[in-house]
Design a protein around this ligand. Structure first.
Ligand SMILES: NC(=O)c1ccc[n+]([C@@H]2O[C@H](COP(=O)([O-])OP(=O)(O)OC[C@H]3O[C@@H](n4cnc5c(N)ncnc54)[C@H](O)[C@@H]3O)[C@@H](O)[C@H]2O)c1
Length: 358
């Protein structure tokens, strides 16, 4: 399967390293307006760079060698424009998260994607980390009983530098609650199996980026927040984000509690902990199980193997062996929840999802 990559910065390097592990995939074209990023991709491709064509934009890439699928890994605020010529083709598309930075753009992309037969997939790869996949399967199989609460924690490092520093401003990213947290809102919808009704977020830029200046502008991105989401089936979910906690052993922790038990998983430890309820005073019956990931796959990226397994699932969808697992609608809903959280934090109020979605 001949791949074209649009945007060849940091995330594209991870895609390139993982595509290399898939025997059916070959990279034939790259598009990026920054020559340094194209050089970076050529270096990552190493001995496979020889036959690869490079272009300054998506339009010229589409006039180049024939392709079987494309991956869009350009900055968030470029996704809508970059996708326009791609959606006019019959090519399968994997678009990095977030689908777009505004709800209008995200909804427009949902409409355009629905008019075509080819797979359109949004890169919500946290679903594909093997320990997270196992956690989701266990919750869906009823291991905690009836689910009532879902808490997601991300305690990590500050935003990395990007090509042109686009990620320092909410106008380019959609805001942290869209840019970073779309992953977690997507996980919430998937795990809870219902739609969000109302969102409350308290967050601000308290520690990071405060001394940075870009053309005399200070970044305007949230670096920590607490968000609660009420779902239509009564489940309440919580997201705890802190981006000045790089000393934390676990970067992500997912905790589901139902009427029968509590289930937790941690990344990067991969430790799954099951704690069934016990009578008061009785011995605890905690079970711990490590969920392993192939070291070659782990080494190919920074997302605990997720990029590889997502690409594999995307190839299955392209080949017609399996359905698209993360649709344009899923991508739009994650953007909508992120925007609801951004509005809630800015305006200090609860935001109902029907304010945004009607
Ligand atoms: N799935 C994940 O966990 C994950 C992780 C990191 C980044 N991402 C997403 O990947 C995308 C890229 O992020 P990144 O970290 O690689 O950023 P980056 O700044 O490292 O790279 C972006 C590249 O896109 C290029 N570009 C800019 N405008 C373009 C256009 N119109 N057409 C083609 N290329 C263009 C830039 O020159 C740059 O080389 C973003 O949408 C980001 O949110 C996803």
């Amino acid at each position: 399967m001949r791949f074209g990559l649009i945007g060849t910065g940091l995330m594209a390097q991870e895609h390139l390293r993982n595509l290399r592990l898939l025997p059916d995939a070959e990279v034939v074209s790259l598009a990026d307006p920054a020559p340094a990023s194209l050089d970076w991709a050529r270096r990552t491709l190493g001995d496979r760079a020889a036959g690869v064509s490079c272009f300054p934009d998506v339009e010229s890439l589409l006039r180049g060698p024939p392709l079987d699928a494309v991956i869009v890994a350009s900055p968030n605020h470029t996704h809508h424009a970059v996708l326009q010529p791609l959606l006019a083709t019959a090519l399968p598309i994997l678009c990095e998260k977030p689908l777009a930075t505004t709800l209008a753009d995200a909804q427009d992309l949902v409409r355009l994607a629905a008019r075509r037969d080819a797979p359109f997939w949004v890169g919500m790869e946290y679903r594909f980390m093997p320990p997270v996949r196992r956690f989701i399967a266990d919750v869906h199989a009823g291991r905690v009983g009836r689910l009532h609460r879902l808490a997601l924690h991300e305690h990590r490092f500050p935003f990395l530098p990007k090509v042109g520093d686009w990620n320092r401003f909410a106008a380019n990213t959609g805001g942290t609650m869209v840019e970073k947290c779309c992953h977690f809102f997507d996980l919430m919808r998937l795990i809870v199996g219902a739609e969000p009704v109302r969102v409350h977020c308290s967050g601000a830029m308290d520690v990071n980026h405060r001394d940075e200046r870009y053309d005399n502008r200070t970044p305007d991105i949230i670096d920590n927040s607490f968000t609660t989401v009420d779902f239509a089936n009564g489940v309440r979910a919580m997201l705890d984000l802190c981006m000045f906690a790089e000393g934390s052993e676990e970067q992500e922790q997912l905790v589901a509690i139902g009427d029968a038990a509590k289930l937790e998983v941690g990344i990067p430890s991969g430790a799954l902990t099951f704690s069934p309820r016990v009578p008061l005073g009785a011995p605890k019956r905690v079970q711990r199980e490590p969920i392993a990931v192939d070291p070659t796959v782990l080494a190919a990226g920074h997302h605990h193997g997720a990029t590889f397994f997502q690409q594999q699932a995307f190839l299955d969808a392209v080949a017609g062996r399996a359905p698209v697992q993360v649709t344009a609608h899923d991508g739009m809903m994650a953007v909508a929840m992120g925007l609801a959280a951004e509005t809630s934090a800015r305006e200090h109020r609860v935001v109902r999802m029907d304010e945004l979605l009607g």
